[in-house]
Write a protein that binds this ligand. Structure first.
Ligand code: SAH
Length: 217
């Protein structure tokens, strides 16, 4: 890819484009895949997981309409790339990751890059992170079949949540869910493909315990 960020016709929010320009994506990609860091597709990061495609990161971030004072919850830290983009645009970012090794690697990486407003916890993100709720924005980067009730509870009045919903390993729909006057208003945005949001039992059978413990930055 020649330009960074590329010229995506529907990504017009300058703050989002500036954040993408600032965050060094190559740092979040495995060393042997660095030459692909600025290509517009997802890449493997180990444990069967992927770093999301740059366009999808841009689209989801734009939909959140972040303000500098916002507090954000992310479910699915993965490489921490989306986390860094959020940290550029909001006050505090709380991110929950089900795979301990990924959570710890992302914490180290984000600390090394100088992010001080990011907090990472190993645990089941479907339960959110109630201690810091409510959140002005919630972003989910793995797909459940249905909206997790805890995440709706933890969304502030006037808050925005961006979440893919649908069956495992099939086409899913990206939703923008807003809470207004206590009502939950979901709007479909685009067809997408994400890894599934795993349940604690699946995580445990993959050799990962799912105790919620903080690996705070
Ligand atoms: N935004 C990340 C995307 C990683 S892929 C990036 O761009 O790097 C989705 C991530 O969600 C994976 O790391 C996966 O381990 C995690 N995940 C899946 N189910 C989860 C759950 N129940 N709670 C927290 N994280 C989960």
């Amino acid at each position: 890819m020649q330009r960074w960020p590329p010229d995506w016709p529907d990504i017009t929010d300058e703050r989002v484009l500036n954040a993408i320009a600032r965050v060094p994506r190559a740092e979040f990609v495995p060393p042997d895949l660095r030459e692909h860091a600025f290509s517009d597709y997802p890449l493997p990061i180990g444990y069967g997981q992927t770093i999301s495609q740059p366009y999808i990161v841009a689209l989801m971030t734009q939909l959140l309409r972040l303000k500098p004072d916002d507090r954000v919850l992310e479910v699915g830290t993965g490489s921490g790339y989306q986390t860094a983009i959020l940290a550029e645009l909001a006050r505090e970012v709380y991110s929950v990751e089900a795979i301990r090794s990924l959570a710890e690697a992302a914490r180290r990486r984000l600390r090394r890059l100088g992010y001080t407003n990011v907090h990472i916890r190993h645990g089941d993100g479907a339960l959110g992170w109630p201690e810091h709720a409510p959140y002005d924005a919630i972003i989910v980067t793995a797909a459940p079949e249905e909206l997790p009730p805890a995440l709706i509870d933890q969304l502030a009045e006037g808050g925005r949540m961006v979440i893919p919903l649908g069956p495992e390993y099939a086409e899913q729909m990206l939703y923008l869910v807003e809470k207004r006057g206590g009502r939950v208003l979901p709007r479909p945005v685009a067809p997408v493909r994400f890894v599934p949001l795993v349940s604690p039992a699946v995580g445990a059978s993959a050799g990962e315990d799912m105790d919620a413990d903080d690996v705070e930055t």
